[in-house]
Design a binder for this molecule. Structure first.
Ligand SMILES: [Zn+2]
Length: 120
């Protein structure tokens, strides 16, 4: 595992909140103003052109590029997991049962408790 995320950071470029002007939050992820700008320029460059067939990002990557990239994927996974745990903790602090949390996640009460309670 990578180090736990220390505060919100862009899920695309990895920059922490203090290094960007704005972060926009989604479910477990954030995107910074710089990455939104890059995404808009990519969309504009491909506007009115046939959409390329969706392919995995690694299709054009060398092994070393992939090895450089996977820690970023792991960091985003850690960020999403931390956000999910924060949501579950908030639900528990509101008195929501493990059965309801498990039901929302499509798992049993027991599975939800084992994953999020911190108890053994
Ligand atoms: Zn970014």
């Amino acid at each position: 595992m990578t180090n736990p995320p220390a505060g919100p950071r862009c899920s695309f470029c990895g920059k922490p909140a203090p290094e960007v002007d704005q972060l926009v939050a989604g479910p477990g992820v954030q995107i910074c103003n710089e990455c939104v700008g890059l995404a808009v320029s990519v969309i504009d460059a491909h506007r009115d052109k046939p959409a390329p067939a969706p392919m995995p990002l690694w299709t054009s990557m060398a092994d070393e590029e992939m090895l450089h990239h996977i820690p970023r994927v792991a960091a985003v996974a850690d960020q999403v997991e931390a956000d999910l745990r924060a949501w579950v903790a908030e639900l528990r602090s509101r008195g929501v049962t493990w059965a309801r949390i498990g039901g929302a996640l499509g798992v049993s009460r027991q599975s939800a408790w084992e994953r999020f309670s911190g108890e053994e």
